[in-house]
Design a protein around this ligand. Structure first.
Ligand SMILES: [Zn+2]
Length: 214
């Protein structure tokens, strides 16, 4: 089960990936997470990546591709993997073909208004990083972190205007990649405007139909 996950910020890709990852014992590979780890560990790669991130630039294709190549060569990827946040350029998609065979690219979709409702209800703890949602995962005391008792805040990225702008940017960035996988017959479109369990069940059903999941 070698999958690529595609979807706008706030669609819940990370949640679906970790649900599948746990259930089937395949790694959930997020290039963003790898970069954050390398930066935190202060490795050579981390230092390189940090330069770009600090300048607000995208990490160049060559570095990202090398990171993914190395990660996919790890033994835990033998039974499959879920790539999240990669590829994000056409060149990355083409290079990925040379590294491995992808079984399907999963496109998670929902109307922008649904995403905005979801994302803008999100509250985070500035102290311990716990994440809540006004509707789906409310803290026991409104506005207060269950874990450490701090005042919860809404991240700037979760403001409706920011979500709208990031959605536009996502469309610009990913439309060529979506078309790339569509042309190859690998694209599976999933309605992600439902509960996470339903979204994942639907995806599993389609993967079974296609013989990707046994
Ligand atoms: Zn907290």
């Amino acid at each position: 089960m070698r999958l690529v996950f595609i979807g706008p910020p706030g669609i819940g890709k990370g949640t679906y990936a970790s649900m599948l990852s746990k259930k089937y014992g395949i790694p959930h590979i997020s290039t963003g997470d790898i970069f954050r780890e390398e930066i935190a560990k202060g490795t050579e790669l981390g230092k390189k990546v940090k330069e770009y991130v600090e300048k607000g630039l995208l990490v160049p294709d060559d570095i990202v591709i090398e990171v993914v190549r190395r990660r996919l060569s790890q033994p835990d990827c033998r039974r499959g993997f879920i790539l999240d946040g990669f590829p994000r350029t056409l060149r990355q998609a083409e290079e990925l073909e040379k590294i491995t065979t992808i079984d399907a690219a999963i496109l998670f979709e929902a109307p922008l208004e649904v995403i905005i409702e979801r994302v803008s209800g999100r509250l985070v703890c500035p102290k311990c990083g716990a994440v809540y949602h006004i509707k789906w995962r409310p803290p026991k005391t409104p506005g207060i972190c269950d874990v450490c008792g701090s005042q919860l805040v809404r991240r700037k990225d979760d403001e409706p205007e920011v979500v709208r702008r990031r959605y536009e940017l996502y469309l610009q960035t990913f439309t060529p990649i979506i078309e790339f996988y569509r042309r190859k017959g690998l694209l599976i479109e999933i309605d992600a405007s439902r509960e996470a369990e339903e979204v994942v069940a639907d995806l599993e059903h389609i993967l079974k139909q296609r013989g990707i999941l046994k």
